[in-house]
Ligand binder design. Structure first.
Ligand SMILES: [Zn+2]
Length: 941
């Protein structure tokens, strides 16, 4: 049975009548975007947007990817992407990278690209628009990418090593299984032989002309789209694009025909189960394939209807799964439904996808459980109450989207244009789209969704694909296809009743507390935060901003944390955050609380750090009051939520059972232990430690650490209405019972390692790889100048190591360095870090290169050109941060904890930054204090 046209059928049956006024035609293209096609076939999109101010974003999207490769080109779509940064007509050598760095655009972060099966997208983000010459240069970079790459054979040879290292980094257990099984999972489809990373036999050996052939054949204007969004003059930009890209030659008459590659339907189920020594968690991915809305219908009312139906269907399925998961005896630890491209990659085939984490040895029961619910949904549909809840949730999301849209960021707008260009996804006026969603919510009866579920799920064995991956380990049972078929047959024979919906009373607070008062107003502090003290002693600080209309941030902080706990409490403390994140409050357990909060955009959770307790949360403007109510309940009425607790612990058990199988986990465990001197606070969680964890112990920590609300300072940042803030604070904060017992900053029993040390260890690996991490640390006063010099040092090292370890020697695919000055465990510290995953045989050479990089700066300082690049990047980042709520929120938090204003004086310090300062910092701090640690993991011989 094929399910080619079910969507159109639904539309014709049900909706045409409801939406008679809306004929199925292309929705008017978003009038805020200037769109055009040049005579040579190139499409462009330009939009003015001032968030961020004085910045522009330049993208080129190619409709081609690894699917367009011939057999002898496997991996070359991606290889070509790398070559875009290695020389072109206007930017020889690596001058494109260098130019971008000079204007403060970081390589790898703001200058980047990605290759998929069916697309290749390049980006230059956050370009300063203050100098118009920058805009021209960026257009020429896009131009060169489109048509004028050098593809120098010498550069190609150097890049082979880098890509080989990228393959190594990405070659995880799951990826190995995927590569092996794709031909079985997607039989008869070109996708199964075109993972973008390709074949290393091709990457290592191809002749330069084979790469050139792919480039010439597929990089051509009819398959290319340019997107420029930002604080720019749109008319001028359009003229420039016409002039520059008009020079691209039109595709030849006999140019290769571009095609989409289908994924065939399967009429009997496909079950694939496989194992690998480095897979840690058994996982089942269950797909129900179906055809996506045809391209020409996507930017129409049908496209939006399709998204609407998918959204509410998966939402309702997830409600049921969440409910079922309340039972401690379910065979899964996690289970989620969503829709997306089949096998995460094929955009020519959609899938309703269920991601399932079976408990130990319970794979068959887990499959049965999910198949049963799918079948139940298709037989009996969903109830009005479930549908209403989904619509309420959707409506809450839409409300917040409308608010957020007022301060929409340029990169979001870029993405919309790219999806329209590549996939013809909806791109109409935002308000129109939202209005259609709302109308659908009001007019579409639940029967339409139920019909959709019946058509999609109907006969379970058509288009069903189940892909399971397991740890290869004694005692771990991997199911067989025959067993899975048996499960399916037995579920199909079951008599299923309609789902019983458990309805709950959703009132959050039974009896409103008696409000307190504001005792004292506080003057604005150096970071622009005003504040007040409430009658019960709680302090509130707030900063009203207009950076993001969709969200208000909250963080309540108090000194204390794990350092105040007894040693024997640390095991419980390790899982504290996970358990408390979804613990219920009031009369609700965690799951019921979620139900009660349907349609509201709000989140809050208590967290414990080494030296603090926090309530961190956020809400939309509309649900600001709910945030206060939840906080009130957390203090007054914590729910004894064993359901949530058992769920969290079971989940941990499953992930911990094989955690050591992943070499990276062993590595990061050892790294933490070495760096923090084997402090008890960083002991990794293990299965045997988990056995000592108990819920009462966790709640005891909670009651002690979160016992006195007056010990907390509340920080709010965002689109705040001051009157509402004060009235909610009086109602829900000032009413909390408090004591006079206030905690001071503790003297923590933890410090960074000192002296010179190398921690070296080996581990059995399926794909041999060496990781080298270097640290330097020491004492250093926290001043704006030291902060800036330290950060600059990190960036200089980052560029240096990329140039040497990656570009010059091809030892690694990527390296990274960073450095900072801050309070750590109450003491002023600096910390410099370097990370490099490299070829196993180059481990020792890499250690030498890392040390050499630091020595060079100690001796020669930093070249003027490099220093200017770093200063530009830092100034730009500083400016971007000025309009980020999260930046202010964390600066104010630091200010409250350590009494240091980490913003004032920073800009001046960046401007004054000199090579001598960095040199002196390295000599006087980094090398002189000489606390240097290298952690190395190597493959076991
Ligand atoms: Zn790559």
């Amino acid at each position: 049975m094929k399910r080619k046209t079910f969507l159109l059928t639904i539309m014709l049956l049900g909706m045409q009548a409801v939406f008679a006024q809306m004929p199925v035609q292309e929705l008017p293209f978003d009038p805020d975007v200037v769109k055009g096609t040049l005579p040579n076939g190139l499409t462009y999109f330009i939009q003015h947007n001032e968030n961020p101010k004085e910045r522009a974003f330049f993208y080129i999207a190619q409709k081609v990817g690894s699917l367009q490769e011939e057999e002898n080109q496997r991996g070359l779509a991606h290889f070509l992407e790398h070559m875009c940064f290695n020389g072109s007509e206007h930017f020889p050598g690596n001058s494109a990278v260098s130019f971008c760095q000079r204007i403060g655009v970081q390589f790898g972060n703001h200058l980047n690209a990605y290759t998929a099966c069916d697309r290749t997208v390049y980006n230059i983000d956050n370009v300063p628009t203050t100098d118009p010459a920058n805009l021209d240069s960026c257009l020429y970079i896009l131009y060169d990418w489109a048509h004028a790459l050098t593809l120098d054979p010498k550069e190609i040879d150097k890049e082979r090593g880098v890509i080989h290292e990228e393959w190594r980094v990405r070659n995880s257990g799951v990826n190995r299984i995927l590569e092996r099984q794709l031909p079985v999972l997607m039989p008869g489809s070109k996708y199964s032989e075109r993972l973008p990373i390709g074949l290393m036999s091709v990457v290592d050996n191809f002749k330069p002309e084979v790469l050139r052939a792919y480039y010439d054949k597929w990089y051509r204007p009819d398959l290319q789209g340019i997107v420029v969004v930002g604080d720019i003059d749109v008319k001028q930009m359009e003229e420039k694009i016409k002039t520059i890209f008009g020079q691209l030659p039109a595709p030849k008459q006999d140019a290769a025909k571009f095609e989409y590659y289908a994924v065939p339907d399967n009429y009997t189920p496909i079950f694939v189960f496989d194992k690998d020594k480095e897979v840690t968690t058994p996982t089942l991915e269950m797909f129900l394939k179906y055809d996506p809305v045809p391209r020409h219908y996507r930017n129409t009312f049908v496209g939006i209807t399709n998204s609407f139906i998918n959204m509410v269907l998966t939402t309702m399925l997830n409600y049921r799964l969440d409910d079922i998961m309340q039972d401690a005896n379910v065979p899964v630890t996690a289970c989620r439904a969503y829709t997306g491209p089949f096998m995460f990659m094929a955009r020519t085939k959609q899938a309703l996808q269920m991601e399932i984490r079976p408990k130990d040895g319970k794979s068959e029961e887990a499959m049965a459980m999910v198949l049963r619910e799918l079948r139940r949904a298709s037989m009996h549909g969903f109830a009005e109450t479930e549908y209403k809840r989904a619509l309420d949730d959707l409506s809450g999301v839409l409300d917040q989207m409308v608010e957020s849209r007022k301060t929409v960021k340029s990169n979001t707008l870029v993405d919309e244009c790219i999806e329209y260009f590549l996939e013809n996804q909806v791109k109409t006026k935002f308000e129109t789209e939202v209005q259609i969603y709302r109308q659908l919510g009001q007019n579409v009866p639940v029967k339409v969704i139920n019909d959709f579920a019946t058509t999609l799920i109907g006969q379970l064995d058509t288009n069903l694909v189940v892909f399971g991956f397991y740890p290869e380990k004694e005692g771990v049972k991997v199911p067989t296809a025959a067993e899975a078929n048996k499960v399916l047959a037995s579920v199909k024979a079951e008599q299923l009743k309609p789902y019983e919906v458990k309805v709950i009373d959703t009132k959050l607070i039974e009896k409103e507390p008696v409000a307190g008062t504001i005792k004292k107003e506080l003057p604005e502090d150096g970071l622009g935060y005003k504040g007040f003290v409430l009658s019960n002693g709680i302090t509130v600080k707030y900063k009203k901003t207009d950076f993001d209309e969709g969200k208000i941030l909250m963080n309540a902080i108090s000194h204390g944390g794990q350092f105040k706990l007894k040693k024997e409490e640390l095991t419980n403390a390790t899982v504290f955050n996970d358990v408390m994140a979804n613990n219920g409050v009031g009369k609700f357990n965690g799951n019921d609380l979620e139900k009660a909060l349907t349609g509201r955009i709000v989140s809050i959770s208590p967290t414990l750090t080494n030296s603090t307790e926090n309530f961190s949360g956020s809400s939309s403007k509309k649900d600001f009051k709910t945030l206060f109510q939840l906080n009130y309940l957390y203090f007054t009425e914590i729910n004894y939520d064993t359901v949530n607790y058992n769920k969290v612990i079971k989940n941990k058990e499953v992930t911990l059972a094989n955690r050591d199988a992943n070499p990276m986990t062993a590595f990061s465990d050892s790294l933490k232990l070495c760096l923090y001197n084997y402090a008890p606070y960083v002991q990794p969680m293990t299965l045997s430690r988990l056995k000592q964890v108990n819920y009462d112990g966790i709640l005891k920590i909670y009651k002690e650490r979160f016992g006195n609300p007056a010990d907390f300072t509340y920080v709010f940042t965002g689109a705040i209405n001051e009157d509402s803030l004060k009235s909610y604070a009086k109602q829900y904060l000032a009413s909390l019972p408090t004591t006079n017992k206030l905690e001071k900053k503790g003297k923590p029993d933890m410090r960074l390692m000192n002296g010179k040390k190398i921690c070296r260890f080996s581990k059995k690996m399926e794909t041999p790889q060496c990781y080298v991490v270097g640290f330097w640390n020491g004492t250093c006063e926290v001043t704006p100048q030291n902060q800036v010099v330290a950060e600059a040092l990190g960036q200089v090292l980052d560029i240096h190591y990329t140039e040497t370890i990656r570009e010059k020697h091809s030892f690694a695919y990527s390296t990274g360095a960073s450095s900072s000055v801050m309070y750590m465990f109450g003491e002023p510290k600096f910390l410099v870090q370097v990370v490099a995953p490299v070829k196993p045989e180059k481990c020792d050479s890499t250690i030498m290169l890392i040390n050499e990089g630091m020595q060079l700066i100690a001796k020669n300082g930093v070249e003027a050109e490099k220093l200017n690049k770093v200063k530009e990047q830092m100034l730009k980042e500083y400016e971007t941060n000025q309009r980020e709520n999260s930046y202010w929120q964390s600066a104010e938090t630091d200010f409250i904890l350590d009494g240091k204003n980490t913003v004032a004086g920073v800009k001046e310090a960046i401007k004054a930054l000199s090579s001598d300062q960095i040199k002196a910092f390295v000599n006087n701090n980094v090398l002189k204090q000489n606390n240097s640690l290298k952690v190395i993991i190597e493959p076991e011989k």
